[in-house]
Design a protein around this ligand. Structure first.
Ligand code: HEM
Length: 447
């Protein structure tokens, strides 16, 4: 039986939130608490008021699956993501749909073949070594900010091919431009107005475009194994290639997609390994048994860090929700959703539901071990990389990067974090620790 979408009933007037803004601040304060409230109050298809808009929230793995698998092609990415993050990532793979997306994804796939990933992984080690050269020499180490700089340095090398004519100060401006674009998602004034998040993001986008266009002729001229050059040269069997505009659009989106998500994952791992020294030792022993610069296959075969990474992604999904817009009427879990509705797909909640996980808020990487495989409880119980045709194209790249960083840290450093520490998250865009996540990091003199 199909039922129409529920209105917010009288007894839950508080769920309408503030006039104009709806429940946007409530989400920013504690997204998991708000998702749980939605699920407990309304079930898997819940009304959700945000930014003067009657949207829908899909909760629990069945509803998440319906939107991501998108069998009847009712859910579109472009209008929803553009509304949320602004026009700053236009033309990026996540912001195009259906046939156009299919063509671009086929070309982009060529940049993420196994051979290319092996080459990227090999290139990461020297970039990580250089980026960590001064780590552990100063007190008050702020893991999140240092990792953010490190992943940007890695991106400059692996994505840009070194950005050879850009100084460190200019690279800092590029970093700021990225941050401005990412933070536009939380902007209230959604126009190019000075001193607002959107005003800064418009300027940021111009900086990024100028930066990339400056390098375009050189990357078109020679084939190297950085992603920029790869995007300039890749071609499908049918001869499809990216134009200059496509390359710039994809680069801006790719660097954004790769940068914050990997930083959040690595800093979450650092926190939990600092609070669970037995896991830190277990991972260290495996890393010490390998050489300093393992291949992609060797990194992927490190058993404990793999469990740890999955558990970190479960507890703190770097992308807690994805968004869609219905382009036609559809039915999810027996509820009719009309066309033209904004839809929030709550990936993070499924990671924490008691029906699918034992003691879901506890740190327990073994839950992913072959004997337990709790993530098999439902195809979408664990989906930090999304699913369906828009599933993260960089997930193996991310695995290699996070593991390569952790491998070097485990071999050369020890660290600890107060067991009672709870990261104070800023949830305005992707969740990051507002305090920079201080850890006691000590460089190991013997290595
Ligand atoms: C731990 C790290 C990462 C996480 C958790 C993550 C998460 C996600 C998620 C949830 C989506 C789906 C968005 C949607 O359905 O609307 C996505 C898409 C995407 N990601 Fe990632 N990502 C990560 C790292 C990366 C990296 C390293 C790259 C690039 C090297 C990357 C590139 C992309 C791209 C291009 C898309 C769009 C794919 C498409 O629409 O076809 N991501 N990612």
């Amino acid at each position: 039986m199909t039922t129409p979408l529920l209105e917010i009933p009288r007894q839950h007037r508080e769920d309408r939130g503030l006039p104009l803004l709806g429940r946007i601040f409530e989400y920013a304060r504690d997204p998991v608490a708000m998702m749980r409230h939605q699920y407990d109050t309304y079930g898997p298809v819940a009304p959700f008021k945000a930014l003067n808009n009657e949207a829908v929230m899909l909760l629990g793995p069945d509803a998440v699956e319906a939107a991501l698998v998108n069998k009847d092609k009712a859910f579109a990415n472009q209008p929803a993501w553009t509304r949320l993050v602004g026009p700053f990532f236009g033309g990026g793979l996540m912001l195009i749909d259906f046939d156009e997306h299919h063509v671009h994804r086929r070309i982009m796939q060529e940049a993420f073949t196994r051979d290319r990933l092996e080459a990227y992984a090999a290139r990461m080690h020297p970039a990580i070594e250089a980026g960590m050269a001064d780590w552990g020499t100063d007190p008050g180490f702020q893991a999140y900010w240092r990792l953010k700089q490190l992943t940007l340095d890695i991106a400059a090398d692996i994505f840009m091919g070194g950005a050879e004519s850009t100084s460190r100060e200019e690279m800092e401006q590029v970093n700021k431009a990225f941050i401005a674009c990412v933070q536009a998602a939380a902007g209230i004034v959604r126009a190019d107005v000075p001193y607002t998040r959107w005003g800064r993001a418009y300027r940021g986008r111009r900086v990024l475009e100028d930066f990339l266009r400056g390098y375009l002729p050189a990357r078109r001229a020679t084939r190297t194994d950085d992603i920029f050059s790869v995007l300039c040269h890749i071609e499908t069997e049918d001869g499809e290639r990216f134009s200059d505009d496509d390359v710039v659009n994809h680069m801006i989106f790719l660097m954004m997609a790769a940068h914050d998500t990997s930083t959040i994952t690595t800093s979450t791992i650092l926190q939990y390994l600092g609070q669970h020294p037995e896991w830190q030792e277990r991972c260290r022993a495996e890393s010490l048994a390998l050489g300093p610069e393992p291949t992609l296959a060797e990194l992927e075969a490190l058993p404990s860090i793999d469990l740890v990474m999955k558990e970190a992604l479960r507890l703190r999904a770097p992308v807690p929700v994805v968004v869609r817009k219905t382009v036609k009427e559809t039915v999810v879990q027996g509820v009719r959703i009309p066309a033209d509705k904004d839809v929030v797909v709550a990936i993070q909640l499924s990671h924490l539901l008691e029906d699918y996980w034992t003691d879901p808020t506890a740190w327990d990487p073994e839950r992913f071990s072959p004997e337990r495989r709790e993530d098999k409880s439902h195809r979408f119980a664990w989906s930090p990389f999304g699913g369906g045709v828009h599933k993260c194209i960089g997930m193996y790249f991310a695995g290699a990067e996070v593991k390569a960083i952790m491998h070097r840290l485990l071999r050369g450093y020890h660290w600890s974090v107060d067991p009672s520490y709870v990261a104070p998250l800023d949830n305005h865009s992707l969740p990051f620790p507002k305090d920079g996540q201080p850890i006691d990091l000590v460089r190991d003199a013997s290595r």
